[in-house]
Design a protein around this ligand. Structure first.
Ligand SMILES: [Fe+2]
Length: 384
C-alpha cells in the first residue's frame, strides 16, 4: 500500500442547539476578547445578534465585523484584521457560509502574522499559528469549518487566490443543524452539491487513501439519504443534520487529497462569470464523471450503488456508467437545471477558462488526465 498522511487538527462539536455552548469553547481555547466575523445575510437573520447575546451573557467581550461579501475580497480580511486588532481580540468566531468562514480564518491568521494575506498564497506559506478560530457553518457545503483553505478573490486580477495551511484549520468546528433550517431550497441544493463534489472528487482521485476514502463513502451515503429531503422540506432537522455532517466529513476527506476537474473549472468560472461555487460544481459534475468513470470503474460502481442504482448482475463498467445518470437524476431532483450560458459563458471564452483551469492543483490528481481539447469538450457539453 502507498504511503500517506492524514491530519485533522480541528475539534468537531455537533448537536442541535450547540451554539449555546460557545462560551465554554471560547474559554477552553483561552480566549477573552472575541471578534465575531459574519456576512450581512447572517446579520440580517439575527445570528450575529444571537452570538453576541450568548457571549455577552457569559461576560465575554466581543466585537463584530459583518461586512464579508460573497466571494470575499482580500479587502474583507484587511478590514476585519484592523478591527480585531483595534479591539485587542485574541479569538475569532466565524459564522456563516464558506465566504464568512474563509474570511474569519484568514483574519485569525492575520491577527498574529505580519504583512498581508496575499503574502501567504499557496500551500504551507504561513509562518505562525494565528488567533484560534471557532467556525460555525450556517450552510452545509464548503466544509470551510475544518479545511486548510481560505479562498479569496483578487478583484483587480479577476482571479481567485487560495491560502492553504494546516495553521488555517479552525480550532473548533461547531456544528448546529438548527442554524441551517432557514437556508432557502436553492442554496441548500447548490451547497449540498458542493459537498457531494468534495466527497466524490476526493474518492476517485489518485491521491485518495484509506482514511479519506472511508470519509467520502460516509459523506456520500448521508447525501444520498438526505439532500433531496433537505431541499424539499427545509425544516427537516434530521436531514439538515445529515447534510451538515456530510459537508464536514467530505471536507475531512478532501483536506488530505485535493479534488479534481470539477473544482479546477470552478475557480475560473466562479471568478470570471460570478457563478456561485456550488452551482458551478453541480453544472460540471455529471459531465466530468462521464469523462472520468472508466479510469476508476470500481469506485464509480460504488458511487452508483450508494445512490441507489441496481448494480447486481452488471459488469463493473456498466455499474460505473450508472453513477453518472444517478447524479444527473439527483441534480434534477434538487431543481438544478442551469447551464453555463445562463451566466454569460461563451465558446469564445473557453481558451482563457481552460488555460486557468489547467493550472489548478486539482488537475494532476484527477483520475484521467485531460488535454485542452478534452476540457473544452466538457465545457461545451454544459454550455446550453
Ligand atoms: Fe467546493
Amino acid at each position: 500500500m502507498r504511503a500517506f498522511s492524514y491530519h485533522i487538527p480541528t475539534q468537531i462539536e455537533f448537536g442541535n442547539g450547540a451554539i449555546a455552548r460557545l462560551p465554554e469553547f471560547v474559554k477552553a481555547l483561552g480566549g477573552s476578547r472575541v471578534l465575531v466575523v459574519g456576512d450581512p445575510g447572517v446579520q440580517r437573520v439575527g445570528l450575529i445578534d444571537r452570538v453576541q447575546a450568548i457571549l455577552t451573557g457569559a461576560s465575554i467581550f466581543n466585537a463584530v465585523y459583518a461586512d464579508v461579501e460573497s466571494d470575499p475580497a482580500t479587502r474583507s480580511v484587511d478590514e476585519g484584521t484592523v478591527h480585531g486588532k483595534a479591539n485587542g481580540c485574541d479569538l475569532v468566531v466565524g459564522i456563516g457560509g464558506g465566504s464568512a468562514l474563509d474570511t474569519a480564518k484568514a483574519i485569525g491568521l492575520m491577527l498574529v502574522n505580519d504583512g498581508n494575506i496575499k503574502d501567504y498564497v499557496g500551500i504551507g506559506k504561513v509562518p505562525r499559528a494565528g488567533a484560534p478560530v471557532i467556525a460555525v457553518p450556517t450552510t452545509a457545503g464548503t466544509g470551510s469549518e475544518l479545511t486548510i483553505w481560505s479562498v479569496l478573490s483578487d478583484k483587480v486580477a479577476k482571479a481567485k487566490i487560495s491560502v492553504g495551511s494546516a495553521l488555517n484549520c479552525p480550532a473548533i468546528a461547531l456544528l448546529d443543524p438548527e442554524l441551517t433550517l432557514s437556508l432557502p431550497p436553492q442554496i441548500t441544493a447548490a451547497t449540498g452539491m458542493d459537498a457531494l463534489t468534495h466527497a466524490l472528487e476526493s474518492y476517485v482521485n489518485t491521491a485518495t487513501q484509506p482514511i479519506s476514502e472511508a470519509m467520502s463513502d460516509q459523506a456520500m451515503t448521508l447525501i444520498a439519504r438526505s439532500l433531496s429531503k433537505a431541499v424539499a422540506d427545509g425544516s427537516d432537522v434530521e436531514a439538515r443534520g445529515d447534510m451538515l455532517l456530510a459537508s464536514t466529513i467530505a471536507a475531512m476527506a478532501f483536506n488530505s487529497t485535493r479534488l479534481g476537474l470539477v473544482h479546477a473549472f470552478a475557480m475560473p468560472l466562479g471568478a470570471k462569470f460570478g457563478i456561485p461555487h456550488g452551482l458551478v460544481n453541480a453544472i460540471m459534475l455529471p459531465e466530468v464523471m462521464r469523462f472520468n468513470h472508466l479510469a476508476n470503474p470500481r469506485k464509480f460502481a460504488r458511487i452508483a450503488e450508494i445512490f441507489g442504482e441496481k448494480t447486481a448482475g452488471l459488469s463493473v463498467e456498466e455499474a460505473a456508467a450508472l453513477s453518472v445518470s444517478a447524479i444527473e437524476k439527483l441534480k434534477l431532483d434538487v431543481g438544478i437545471t442551469a447551464k453555463l450560458s445562463n451566466f454569460g459563458v461563451t465558446e469564445g471564452r473557453f481558451d482563457e477558462i481552460v488555460d486557468e483551469a489547467m493550472l489548478s492543483g486539482n488537475v494532476p490528481v484527477n483520475p484521467r488526465q485531460p488535454t485542452n481539447d478534452d476540457m473544452k469538450a466538457l465545457l461545451r457539453a454544459e454550455l446550453v
